[in-house]
Design a binder for this molecule. Structure first.
Ligand code: GTQ
Ligand code: FE2
Length: 367
């Protein structure tokens, strides 16, 4: 009779493709989240230069469909993922160019950075893309992009591509033609539903996805200024507003919510952390965000990632100008699956001690 040994047991487990929990427990069930995504920042000057060169060198063709350059988080093993759930990219469209119509189960939002005369057609609604506009693309809605001018357009895309693929739920279909037929009235959904408190009475409520495809900057800015007038603000995020579906009050997508947040002049918020991850775009101003003790200095155009469960606090470096941050966050996923948690940093008046400074493209310096 052979006596069994643990060595033999483990090697038999391996050959049968079995694994014991008891040697893995700390990795499988960590006491708190251990995100692989790193806090990271991309400079606008780098993003713009690379996008512009792509615009000059790389045509848009069927198959590629879009000239989008993804933020690849260095913690995520060479994948084009900004966080475990979120794709974030800079998309560049030359003047008069067409990005052909297609649809996919990945859900999308866009935040327009610059350009004139560019448009997106979302399910037949031709939406003009102007700086500061947020445009949604619910799953399986046809969309193509085009330009009525000679000027290039550039914007930020946010999609749930990493999550969609993790779930093995990706479907994609090219449209039969290059572009969709367009409804007669431009920006029709913004006109019909853009005053969010009123709704065409003869139509049903659109509870799952917003009926508005374009959230125009003028409305967004008005909301920020109005809330700031009241003096109401979050101690962690200052004047932070969530884009909502006016028919449900919920986030714009099932998997992605969008925020616009105004850091009033001189504001330095307190630190907190949540399980959701986020990708930020600096719309206006300059300042810094301390993430897990590392200082990330930012200015207009920069993009940065706050991983899940990372302490973070924001600071507007100017005592006169506002700083405005747009962000995409996977909070709706966490809430829908009952995994949402948040925590305030209570020590040191809510401020982390700074142990490092982020150097763009290079990583971190200790201080
Ligand atoms: O504009 O349709 O960044 O389909 C990634 C996939 C943008 C788009 C991206 C896409 C699009
Ligand atoms: Fe797309």
């Amino acid at each position: 009779m052979i006596t069994d040994t643990t060595d033999r047991l483990y090697s038999d487990m391996q050959s049968h493709h079995l694994m014991p929990l008891w040697t893995l427990e700390k990795d499988i069930l960590p006491w708190s989240p251990k995100p692989k995504a790193l806090p990271w920042l991309w400079k606008w000057s780098d993003l713009y230069e690379i996008a512009e060169r792509s615009g000059a060198l790389v045509p848009i063709e069927r198959g590629g469909d879009r000239r989008a350059i993804a933020l690849a988080n260095p913690g995520l093993g060479g994948l084009p993922h900004a966080t475990p759930t979120l794709w974030a990219a800079v998309q560049w469209l030359n003047g008069r160019e067409v990005a052909p119509a297609h649809r996919h189960t990945a859900q999308a939002v866009r935040f327009i950075i610059d350009g004139q005369g560019a448009f997106s057609t979302v399910e037949g609604d031709k939406v003009y893309l102007e700086r500061g506009d947020m445009v949604i693309n619910p799953p399986w809605y046809w969309h193509d992009h085009g330009s009525d001018s000679d000027e290039r357009a550039v914007w930020m895309d946010g999609l749930d591509i990493p999550l969609n693929n993790y779930l093995d739920a990706s479907f994609f279909e090219p449209y039969k033609g290059e572009t969709q037929a367009v409804s007669a009235v431009l920006d029709g959904t913004a006109l019909k539903y853009g005053v969010g408190q009123m709704r065409p009475a003869w139509e049903p409520r659109s509870a799952q996805y917003p009926p508005i495809f374009a959230y125009k900057w003028a409305e967004t800015e008005r909301a920020l200024n109005n809330v700031a007038k009241v003096g109401a603000a979050s101690p962690f995020d200052d004047v932070a507003l969530e884009y909502t579906n006016p028919h449900s009050g919920g986030p714009v997508m099932d998997t992605i919510t969008c925020w616009i947040q105004m850091l009033r002049p001189g504001v330095h918020t307190q630190a907190h952390r949540q399980v959701n991850s986020a990708v930020y775009y600096v719309f206006e101003g300059r300042g810094l965000t301390v993430i897990n003790g590392i200082r990330f200095d930012w200015e207009k155009g920069d993009m940065f990632v706050i991983p899940g469960w990372a302490w973070h606090e924001h600071c507007n470096a100017s005592s006169e100008e506002r700083a405005t941050l747009f962000s995409i966050q996977d909070t709706p996923v966490m809430r829908a699956l009952n995994k949402y948690r948040e925590e305030a940093y209570t020590e040191n008046d809510g401020h982390q001690s700074v142990t490092g400074v982020f150097r763009p493209a290079a990583g971190f310096d200790k201080v």
